[in-house]
Write a protein that binds this ligand. Sequence first.
Ligand code: M6R
Length: 364
Amino acid sequence: GKGNHRHFMMKEIMEQPAVIGETLNSFFNPKTRTITLPDLPFDWRDIPKMTIVACGTSFYAGMVAKYWFETLAGLGVEVDIASEFRYRSMPLAPGGLALFISQSGETADTLAALRYARENGQHIASIVNVEESSMGRESDFVFHTKAGPEIGVASTKAFTCQLVTLACLAIDAGKQRGVLDHEREALLSAALSEVPARAAEILENDTNIRDLAAEIFEARDILYIGRGPGYPVAMEGALKLKELSYIHAEGYAAGELKHGPIALIDEAVPVIVVAPTDHYFEKTASNMQEVMARNAQVIFLSDAAGMKQLGEHALGSIELPTVDPFVAPILYSIPVQILAYHVAVLKGTDVDQPRNLAKSVTVE
Ligand code: M6R
């Protein structure tokens, strides 16, 4: 059941500290405080290139992971939407790793992409939440996220559990490939181990998100912007909002604004800015100032240092805990889920069963 929640979605949002912890427990060794993966049927050092394929929210998890694998493991990653990938006849380097991300493990396009990758000489791994699934059966290796059953059509806890799993994989790859030294590995592992506690803090301090939802729920269009791993978080925020509230929303790389989307900005278009104080912060901050100069109503997501610099200029702000930028995309996903939830409740839409959508897309 929904426990004492009105919707499965909120119940599932609130479960995140626990299920992220469960997922992490499969890889985190509390004695050595390091990430240890089971024996894999491939060697990270031999992988020339990685291809990640998924749909929807699972695709955004893959996009975040691209930044992690490239910077932490020096491994080039191509990320693609399954419905595009499967029909594109993409040449795949022999011995590459193809990774499929899916809550259900049954998404038709992702499964077809998996079969294509197998026929083209790839190692096949998947990250799946449902324990028994077609993708799981057809993979050389399956990572099971421990999110538990996700009932809400909008993916929430499955997404953050996918991210945690991907983060562990990236650390492992970085270690095996000799890119991450011990010190950095220990720092990243420690940051990951704190995610459940930081997620719980966010959920305890979420009251102002409802007030912010009240400020934006009548908007016709809403933009989300971010850079680096904050860019897929922006796209995920926009997807959550459009599927739940039917408000038109788009996520953009903040640096792309000038190349077109900034023309949309006026006082009627709220802009949600995803901006942890990572090495992209100053650039994102200047994009935020550009949209404010065009009268956009900005909701600013950042940490204490970010708030100090820009907090009072925004219409509203959501202060997140100060964390290693590595884990920021996992944590910043939570307030965007909550914001979309409250906007949907204010609009009176069907939160758990949005119109036209199915939980599992088993036909193309
Ligand atoms: O089961 P999957 O992860 O393969 O599903 C992929 C998408 O259909 C799914 O993430 C969809 O985008 C969600 N409704 C997003 O909230």
